[in-house]
Design a protein around this ligand. Structure first.
Ligand code: 5GP
Ligand code: ZN
Length: 140
């Protein structure tokens, strides 16, 4: 299994650093974030070390992601939150500070302190279809 001895999440998987565990199976681990954006902020990770999600084998991604519905329902029931965000940051430019793939499950409630800046834009004529073609060409 790919592990990085310098990675904090690999050290959690190896039992060298404690965590407040929510679930664990052969390939996935979930635990509470140590610095929560809201009470119940959970992380779901593959046990194997991959830096960004595009590097993961799709079968492994599926085996990790299958836990999200039950985990989200359990966090909602336990916290009483009204909604939640699932965030997955890739690379420092996208606010990834721990270089081991992780999904944030962040409980949300009206008036909470977690705000997005969502600067929605527009495509110039023709650009949207050209971009879609380029993306489709690069899909397996
Ligand atoms: P990122 O910005 O990389 O997407 O988020 C990394 C998350 O990991 C942060 O929310 C941070 O609080 C959490 N985190 C970092 N180190 C630890 C740790 O040792 N234990 C736990 N439980 N969470 C951690
Ligand atoms: Zn790691």
């Amino acid at each position: 299994m790919r592990q990085d001895p310098d990675c904090i999440f690999c050290r959690i998987v190896a039992g060298q650093v404690p965590c407040t565990e929510l679930l664990s199976d052969d390939v996935a681990l979930s635990f509470l974030d140590i610095a929560p954006l809201a009470q119940g902020h959970a992380l779901l990770i593959p046990k194997e070390h991959y830096q960004t999600i595009d590097q993961m084998p799709p079968e492994l991604a599926a085996a990790v992601l299958k836990h999200l519905p039950a985990l989200a329902a359990a966090v909602q029931k336990a916290t009483g939150c009204e909604g939640f965000n699932i965030l997955q940051n890739n690379a420092r430019v996208a606010h990834q500070f721990v270089p081991h793939v992780h999904f944030h499950l962040i409980p949300r409630s009206a008036g909470d302190e977690f705000h997005f800046n969502w600067p929605a834009g527009m495509y110039p004529a023709g650009r949207m279809e050209r971009l879609a073609q380029a993306i489709r060409k690069n899909l397996p």
